[in-house]
Design a binder for this molecule. Structure first.
Ligand code: FE
Ligand code: FE
Ligand code: ZN
Length: 276
């Protein structure tokens, strides 16, 4: 089955989000755990969550939570690192209400402390927030390498995973725009790149795909998403990604610049290109 959906707002609750997914024919949905720029999360509405679970019993939805992108696990300021720990711990406690939902985050920016120091701080954060009583798998997102972002090379993600105690609960999320921008030519070298990913990290850790075209050329390190088929990656390469035997059963999440209607059309287009 093709698992395709997109980033959706949960501002009106999880039931409303699931209904939006149904409206556009999505069977996956990504949402922010709180305001993407950080800040306090709303108190959990248990009635809404119960209604969401009842709804998704008849309309199954692959969920992916996304941490606020302003968190920086490897900030130079220890208060900012502590803020990232507190926020992620709180998110993980909340995600216990959504069994099977993974938690994706941007590893962070080392802000000129060096990638090695960044890796140490990110692993420290994971060792603080991962506790045995919780079940959520945390995904490290592959990054474009904008500024001093950590995670633009598979080796960096591997180095983080190697330092985590409960590393069985760490996976990765591959963002097609980000890997392209960071220099992995998925248009011409998809097989070789997946082999490399398998050798360095292991494909068994790959739990989700962010499916985006890119406004910029391979290696640009920009991180500007484009609508499917309108960017530098292009429709043929996107079709090859969703149909690749090593990827085709994973959940795909669009993060393209679209409103709900536009997402619906992209989902339709991608379904017409999916070959199974
Ligand atoms: Fe992201
Ligand atoms: Fe992404
Ligand atoms: Zn991005």
């Amino acid at each position: 089955m093709f698992l395709i959906g997109c980033h959706l707002s949960n501002a009106k609750g999880y039931l409303a989000m699931a209904k939006d997914a149904q409206t556009i024919g999505a069977n996956t949905a990504q949402f922010f755990t709180r305001n993407p720029r950080g800040g306090r999360a709303k108190p959990l509405d248990l009635e809404d969550i119960t209604a969401f679970h009842a709804f998704t019993e008849t309309y199954p939805l692959h969920l992916l939570a996304h941490a606020p992108y302003t968190l920086n696990a490897c900030a130079a300021d220890p208060n900012l690192r502590q803020f990232a720990v507190n926020t992620m711990s709180d998110d993980l406690a909340r995600l216990e209400y959504f069994p099977g939902c993974c938690y994706n985050f941007h590893p962070g920016s080392h802000v000129k402390q060096g990638v090695e120091q960044g890796i140490i701080y990110i692993a420290n954060l994971l060792n603080e927030v991962l506790i045995p009583e919780q079940h959520t798998v945390i995904l490290l997102e592959t990054m474009a390498g904008k500024g001093t972002e950590v995670g633009r090379q598979f080796e960096e993600l591997r180095a983080i995973i190697d330092r985590v105690t409960y590393s069985d609960r760490i996976g990765i999320c591959l963002d097609t725009c980000h890997v392209w921008d960071s220099g992995y030519d998925i248009v011409h070298q998809l097989d070789a790149i997946l082999d490399e990913l398998n050798q360095i990290i292991g494909l068994s850790r790959l739990k989700a795909i962010h499916l985006n075209d890119s406004l910029n050329p391979c290696g640009s390190r920009k991180d500007r998403h484009a609508k499917i088929g309108t960017g530098e990656i292009g429709l043929n390469a996107i079709a090859a990604v969703i149909n690749h035997p090593k990827l085709c059963t994973l959940p795909f999440y669009l993060e393209t610049p679209n409103d709900l209607d536009g997402y619906g059309k992209e989902i339709q287009l991608l379904r017409s290109l999916y070959q199974k």
